[in-house]
Design a binder for this molecule. Sequence first.
Ligand code: XMP
Length: 335
Amino acid sequence: GLEPNWTMDNLVETLTADFREKVGSDRVILALSGGVDSSVVAALGARAVGKQMTCVFVNHGLLRKGEPEQVEDVFTKQFDVDFIHVHAEERYAKLLDGVTDPEQKRRIIGTQFWEEFFTVAQQLDGVKYLAQGTIYPDIIESGARKTGGKAATIKSHHNLIPFPEGVHFDLIEPLDHFFKDEVRALGTALGLPDHIVHRQPFPGPGLAIRIIGAVSPEKLEILKNADAIVREELDAYNQRLFEETGERNSEHSCWQYFAVLPDIKSVGVMGDERTYQRPIILRAVESSDAMTADWAKLPYDLLAKISSRIVAEVPGANRVCYDITPKPPATIEWE
Ligand code: XMP
């Protein structure tokens, strides 16, 4: 945690100096997911060692609409690091073809991630360090992680990194003393944009676990388009609450919100035409730690707007349902 008397500027200076001293003239590699933690490490590394650090962004094609472009933009234009965009979308699509079991999806996505990452890592010369966005709660949790079978996270505990035979990097984990809110503050101090610093939690397996049943390019397209509308409307809603209350997480703000695509179709009518298309499920929850959650009591007019926008703007979707189940007994995600 933060020591008393430390200003954010002090902290940034100290962490930068520590990072630079540890790395010396060696090279560092980082798996950059676009999430808060790895982005803060990337921004810190950029400040400390610049292009001695290579950020490997494995694009599995399962991120939300516009996200890969945003990540690339920030870490090529705003921060001076060596950035590698690994286009693994087609490889992932093949591996996931026909796979319906949620845990099997997670395993495939997690395994392929390290495969992609180490393939790139082994092609780089003279890399001594692997930087990781491990934060303090990760270390606490990783000992006795109980996530109902959903533990396949990218930043598992140190010794769980599946280094291939004969490959080893020393770890640098500059955030391992900090809590999430401190990491966000650090991100802001380092100049990261708000859309990264205040990014809502997003699962490592991405949209694959929000498409119930097998993933396909058509379903991904529908989900990305619907999810973009959900985020646009709820980002704006949260922003209004923030301006009214001055609190980022006020009583009614949504903590996590997204669209889910179930594996069914339903009948609808548009103009004079009968449609037979997919419903979109809206999931929006209030929570503080994801252990428990309640469905957000969103205003009816906001729900109405989200619904009418989705059926009007997303080809292939003709119905919107709102999930009104708390956790427990449901989970936040559908898979
Ligand atoms: P559930 O669905 O279990 O989710 O209520 C709790 C929180 O964890 C996120 N989540 C995941 N994060 N890999 C991740 O990195 C996963 O496989 C995974 N599954 C769920 C979920 O988005 C929520 O914030």
